[in-house]
Design a protein around this ligand. Structure first.
Ligand code: PLP
Length: 445
């Protein structure tokens, strides 16, 4: 490097690391992360992107903009309530409070009165039982898939799981239930055909090798036409006669029926209908944290809880706390979004449309998360040019619209009303940037 090379003037790493604001930033950011931000900024100066005397302010700006978590909050304007790519269910205020409390030392496994160890997650269990009266007992594990693995392992490893061919489903991104079940050492005993399965198919398959009967709710598709299936209630006498547990994987997590989703199965109805246990996710329609819920007969739940695998899939204290608070607190955002008043949605959409000069169109939201396929959630959307979508996604706050038919659609169903103003500001910023880009390329508006 020549003596007069301006790169000689770039502040050294140790100088930058010693600056008081940089030292303070190390209270909230790891030393490695701070050092990496410093190096990145020096590199920008070496490449000539910034001048040497701009390095220090650029480091301070980069540190100020950075937090320890790089997850970006997103306003979900897609109308899809349980959005897999956005982390499924957003938590209720009560659940968020509970998370903060549970982040410290808490009595998750301690009886404060006696000072002795208590049953882990007793409060979450009690809240589940209160919310689903037909259940005798409940167990909370890491997620729905873990609950299914635990059930088939504890009840059927080395033996057979009897299941209809119409229920051998792929849930999402390469996650196939049959492969998951076989990974436990249980053998699949497939009965019936893809479109039709009868009670006699189950009756012929059941025998000394049967570990359990499994009913899976094919939550992400619908079979129409010449179809036949066997309901839990019809299987009950067969399972009872052979002393074999009947397991129902419901997926969605409704604990009791929801009139808004008439064909979505719920835990209480399935248990009353004769399932020994039901399995469901905590972060789908229940609107809680990621969790696998097992509800039902106390002897079957006890067999699962006593299996060594239960320890490997147990729920963490954060999930237990958030689950209890989801059940005991006010309505979860998922529930609010599913039951949003269409007139109110229209008012909000029209206000946004008027503020940004864009039309409002009818738009159907979706349940999402593989739930209630084909059930529209009628509402409204503000329609913007398609080119607004990437600007909204990368703006602050980040906004995820639905891109459809060459338009960028903003459905307010899953946007908390308190965020309407932030959304309006984000849309105005995106539209202004779009207009600027069009003007500077000489294009017509
Ligand atoms: C979603 C789903 C699962 C998996 O639950 P996770 O909580 O995602 O692990 C299992 N079975 C069915 C029917 C589902 O819909």
């Amino acid at each position: 490097m020549a003596l007069d090379d301006p790169r000689r003037l770039i502040p050294r790493t140790d100088q930058l690391m010693a600056l008081p604001p940089v030292r303070q930033a190390r209270d909230r950011l790891s030393e490695d992360l701070v050092r990496a931000l410093v190096r990145e900024t020096q590199d920008r100066a070496r490449r000539g992107e910034i001048a040497p005397d701009e390095v220090e302010p650029a480091v301070l700006a980069a540190l100020g903009a950075r937090s320890a978590s790089s997850l970006t909050p997103v306003l979900n304007a897609t109308g899809v309530v349980v959005h897999t790519n956005l982390g499924r269910a957003p938590l209720s205020a009560a659940a968020l409070d509970a998370l903060v409390t549970a982040g410290g030392y808490v009595d998750v496994e301690l009886d404060l009165g006696t000072g002795t160890r208590s049953r882990r997650g007793a409060a979450a269990r009690a809240a589940l039982l209160a919310a689903c009266p037909p259940a005798e007992d409940a167990l909370v594990v890491n997620n729905g898939a873990a609950a299914l693995v635990l059930a088939t392992t504890a009840l059927a490893a080395g033996r057979e799981v009897v299941i209809s061919r119409g229920e051998l489903v792929e849930i999402g991104a390469g996650f196939r239930l049959p492969e998951l079940i076989e990974s436990t050492g249980a053998r699949l005993r497939e009965v019936g055909t893809t479109n039709r399965t009868h009670l006699r198919d189950y009756a012929e398959a059941i025998g000394p090798e049967t570990g359990c009967l499994l009913k899976v709710h094919p939550s992400n598709f619908r079979l129409e036409g010449f179809t036949a299936g066997v309901e839990v209630g019809e299987l009950r006498p067969l399972a009872r006669a052979h002393g074999v547990p009947l397991v129902a994987d419901l997926g969605s997590g409704l604990l009791t029926p929801d009139p808004r989703l008439p064909s979505e199965p719920d835990a209480a109805t399935a248990l009353e209908g004769g399932a020994d246990i039901v399995i469901a996710s905590g972060d789908k329609l229940l609107g809680g944290p990621q969790a696998g819920l097992v509800l039902g007969a106390s002897d079957v739940v006890a067999r699962m809880a006593a299996h060594p695998l239960a320890r490997a899939v147990r729920a963490d204290k954060l999930a237990l706390a958030a689950l209890e608070a989801t059940l005991a607190g006010g309505p979860a955002p998922v529930v609010r979004a599913l039951h949003a008043d269409p007139d109110r949605l229209r008012d909000r959409a029209e206000r946004l449309g008027a503020a940004v000069g864009a039309p409002v169109v009818a738009h159907d939201g979706r349940v999402g998360g593989g739930g209630a396929p084909g059930v529209p959630l009628p509402g409204w959307a503000v329609r913007l040019p398609e080119a607004a979508a990437p600007l909204l996604r990368t703006g602050r706050p980040a906004v995820l619209p639905r891109v459809h038919d060459r338009a960028c659609l903003l459905d307010l169903r899953c946007v908390p009303e308190a965020d309407d103003e932030r959304l309006r500001a984000a849309v105005q910023t995106a539209l202004a940037a779009l207009a600027g880009a069009v003007d500077s390329t000489g294009g017509a508006r």
